[in-house]
Write a protein that binds this ligand. Structure first.
Ligand code: GDP
Ligand code: MG
Length: 172
């Protein structure tokens, strides 16, 4: 990719910890880009963060997108007709995926693999964008093994990250 900053979006169901991970990734360097940034959609939270490549040599800017604006804060799945909620989620996920170079798809290890997660994976695969699975809320090693059900999604080991945003585990 040229000089254009990479756009990395956090997507996933409400409450899985997208905003918590966003805050960890941008680490206080939050910079609102909500105004007229070409190619990105309004009503999301944007920040610029610097990332090094694996060997630690190269530092590059990336625009991190928290897609939290998708849902009312207090949304409860049970309040919605299942299909209605899926339709809303599907449309927003598609928009967000479209504007991304890389998607961080966040799931909640404590809730496990839910139908909506599988739905999002289908959308991601259909989009043929790069995506990584971020298995969040892995707060302690007492949870060992609970992450295994996500392997059924068929991602490669290097595309899966087990993290705890609350405890800053696995974020680096
Ligand atoms: P979002 O809706 O996906 O943006 O999720 P939030 O970042 O707002 O987090 C939803 C809830 O999960 C909040 O109460 C967070 O404090 C909590 N949370 C986020 N990350 C973790 C984590 O790693 N472990 C635990 N135990 N809770 C977390
Ligand atoms: Mg959020």
């Amino acid at each position: 990719m040229s000089n254009k900053s990479m756009i990395i979006s956090l997507i996933g169901r409400p409450n899985v910890g997208k905003s918590s991970i966003f805050n960890q990734l941008v680490d206080g360097k939050r910079k609102a880009l909500t105004h007229d940034t070409p190619g990105v959609t309004r009503d999301r939270h944007y920040a610029i963060s610097k990332f090094q490549n694996a060997s630690g040599e190269e530092e590059k800017d990336a625009i991190i997108v928290d897609t939290g604006g998708f849902y009312p804060n207090d949304i409860d799945e049970s309040e919605f007709e299942r299909n209605h909620f899926f339709n809303i989620m599907r449309e927003h996920a598609k928009l967000s995926i479209k504007e991304s170079d890389l998607v961080l798809f966040v799931v909640d290890v404590r809730e496990g693999l839910l139908p909506m997660d599988k739905e999002i994976v289908k959308i991601l695969r259909a989009s043929s964008k790069n995506f990584w699975l971020v298995i969040n809320k892995y707060d302690t090693d007492k949870q060992a093994g609970t992450e295994a059900e996500f392997y059924a999604l068929g991602l490669k080991q290097e595309e899966m990250f087990i993290v705890s945003a609350a405890h800053s585990r696995g974020i680096h």
